[in-house]
Structures are given as structure tokens and as C-alpha cells.
Ligand binder design. Structure first.
Ligand SMILES: Nc1ncnc2c1ncn2[C@@H]1O[C@H](COP(=O)(O)OP(=O)(O)O)[C@@H](O)[C@H]1O
Ligand SMILES: CC(=O)N[C@@H](CCC(=O)OP(=O)(O)O)C(=O)O
Length: 298
């Protein structure tokens, strides 16, 4: 459960002061786009989910344009297990056969996306759920994955998509109005087939195409950690290369850091990997003045 402090004891005068302190940040980010990756691991607690939805609505109401890209790895895993299938990952990507693809579409677009849309609407926002198929947003082709250790070897990861192009028109149309887009990471191919794309990769690409002010990746860990478990508050491209090469960065952190770095190099002003288990993590990052999580430098 959320461990938010009881603020009913804060005097009205202090509350007003707290709000007033947010003004410089609201002014700085007014009218700007923020892409928020909401990881499947960060969305397991109902109280935290509600905090998240409230934060998104608050950002929208103060004139910032949040675009949510959601994951759902653990939720896909749960359904696969019920169907007697075992999930397999290679370099952070789920090996996706035809049956797994059906499960992925069902869980992401049918369940997780609609849960988030419902929570945001309940919090007073107007969320619209989309997949990459809607508005012909995310074109993809089969990902060709080279082995990390031996690049001459290739892994067949099935229907995992490599993004060919993103047309953000539908997202722009929604966000220019009063709506909050909630995007599921599913792409479409030239024969109308669907592709499973890692949500970090979609969030990073969308942030780049939209030239977002910020890309915030909410996950289930404090940020990127070194071998001793210490939080790395800032990462440069060369340090990232070292950490991937020596195996300090592994699993789901691989596509996350690769996407974060791509976005940082392609004009997204601020890219942060932050702890979605902290109540109101989003507001803390956007309106707080203390460093939080890991910032990725381009
Ligand atoms: N160096 C690292 N620092 C932090 N987390 C790491 C690192 N290397 C691997 N990880 C793993 O990456 C996970 C986050 O990725 P992932 O499970 O895909 O999250 P999400 O569902 O939020 O996308 C962490 O929980 C952790 O187990
Ligand atoms: C290709 C690939 O791995 N797709 C991911 C899509 C969901 C996702 O990325 O969810 P998280 O952000 O919660 O990890 C998957 O099937 O799990």
C-alpha cells in the first residue's frame, strides 16, 4: 500500500506555500509534452496506481501535456502462466510466437490500457486508449536481434517489432485538445500483422518524435544501480556502454537504458528513470527540486 504521509495536519498557510513553490516549474513546463512510461512492475499497487492517475490529471490541468505509454510485462506473464505457457526473454525482449502475440494484445490493449484509462477518468481527466495501430501510429517490422556477445549470430524472437516509423498525428490531435493519450506498445506491419514492442522502446521513440521536454520512465527500482547496489544519479553514454558490457545492466534494464539514451541523444531535454513505487513519483520529479532516480545524458 501507499505510504503517503497524512497531510491533513498541515496548516492551510503551509499548504498554500507548498503550492506556490511549484509555480516556477509549472511556468517552465506549461505547454510542454512529457512522455511517461508506466512500467508493468510499477503498477502493481492500487493506491500507487491511483496516485499515478491523479498526478497525470494534475499535470494536464496545469497546462502540461502528458502522454502515457504503458507496459505490462508481469500481467502478460500471469496470463501466459495460466495458459500453461512459459515466457522467455532474450536481451530484455519477450520471445513472441503467434499465440503469445494474441495474449500480449489482449492483456495490453484489452486490460492494462483500459485499467489506466479508467483510473485517469476517475481522477477527473479524459484519457483515450490507443495502440500503435490506431491512427496508423507505429509502423513496425520483425526485429532482427544480433547476439550481444557474438554479433554474427542472430536470435529469432518471433513477432517482436522493430519500429520503422512513428506518425504522432493522432497523439498530437488528442493532446492539443483536452485528452490524455494512453498508448499500448503494439505496432503494425505492412501486411497488417501486429508486433509486440517493448514499451520502453515505444516511449523513447514517441518522446523523440514529439520532441518532448521530458521522458520519465517509472519502474520498480530506485534507478540504475552499480554493482554494489548504489544508485547512479547521472549516466553518460560511455558509462552506459561500460555497465552493459560488464553485465551490471541486464534484463529489462537493457531496452530501458537503450531507449533512454536514444531519446537523450535525439533532443529530448531531460530523461529520467525513476522509482514508481514512491507515492506521487511523477509530481516529485516534475515539481520537486531534488534529484530523483537516474538522469540519462545524451
Ligand atoms: N543495473 C541495474 N540497475 C537497476 N535495475 C536493473 C539493473 N540491471 C537489471 N535491472 C533490472 O531491471 C528491472 C527493471 O526493468 P523491467 O523489469 O523491464 O521494468 P519495467 O516493467 O518497469 O519496464 C529492475 O527491476 C532490475 O531487476
Ligand atoms: C517485446 C517485449 O518484450 N514486449 C513487452 C511489452 C510489455 C512491456 O514492455 O512491459 P514492461 O514495461 O512492463 O516491461 C512484453 O511482452 O513484456
Amino acid at each position: 500500500m501507499s505510504t503517503a504521509p497524512d497531510i491533513t495536519t498541515i496548516a492551510p498557510r503551509d499548504r498554500a506555500e507548498i503550492l506556490a513553490q511549484a509555480l516556477p516549474y509549472i511556468r517552465q513546463f506549461h505547454g510542454k509534452t512529457m512522455v511517461i512510461k508506466y512500467g508493468g512492475n510499477a503498477m502493481t499497487d492500487p493506491a500507487l496506481q491511483q496516485d499515478f492517475a491523479e498526478d497525470v490529471v494534475l499535470l494536464k490541468l496545469v497546462g502540461i501535456n502528458p502522454v502515457v505509454v504503458h507496459g505490462g510485462g508481469p500481467q502478460i506473464e500471469t496470463l501466459l502462466k495460466r495458459l500453461g505457457k512459459k515466457g522467455e526473454f532474450i536481451q530484455g525482449m519477450r520471445v513472441t510466437d503467434a499465440e503469445t502475440m494474441e495474449v500480449v494484445e489482449w492483456v495490453l490493449a484489452g486490460e492494462v490500457q483500459q485499467d489506466i484509462v479508467g483510473l485517469i477518468n476517475q481522477a477527473g481527466g479524459k484519457a483515450v486508449g490507443l495502440t500503435g495501430r490506431d491512427g496508423a501510429m507505429i509502423r513496425a517490422r520483425k526485429l532482427r536481434m544480433a547476439d550481444q556477445a557474438d554479433p554474427s549470430r542472430e536470435h529469432d524472437v518471433g513477432q517482436v517489432g522493430d519500429i520503422v516509423g512513428v506518425d504522432p498525428a493522432v497523439v498530437k490531435a488528442l493532446q492539443d485538445d483536452q485528452f490524455i493519450p494512453v498508448v499500448s506498445p503494439i505496432g503494425f506491419g505492412e501486411h497488417n500483422e501486429s508486433y509486440n514492442i517493448n514499451a520502453d522502446v515505444v516511449a523513447a521513440k514517441l518522446a523523440t518524435v514529439l520532441q518532448a521536454e521530458k521522458l520519465l520512465m517509472l519502474t520498480n527500482i530506485r534507478g540504475v544501480l552499480d554493482k554494489e547496489g548504489q544508485l547512479l544519479t547521472e549516466l553518460t553514454p560511455s558509462r552506459i556502454d561500460e555497465l552493459v558490457a560488464d553485465g551490471t545492466i541486464s534484463g529489462g534494464m537493457i531496452p530501458k537504458i537503450a531507449g533512454a539514451l536514444d531519446a537523450a541523444k535525439s533532443g529530448v531535454n531531460a530523461v529520467h528513470i525513476i522509482d514508481g513505487r514512491v507515492p506521487h513519483a511523477l509530481l516529485l520529479e516534475v515539481l520537486g527540486n531534488e534529484p530523483f532516480g537516474t538522469m540519462i545524458k545524451g
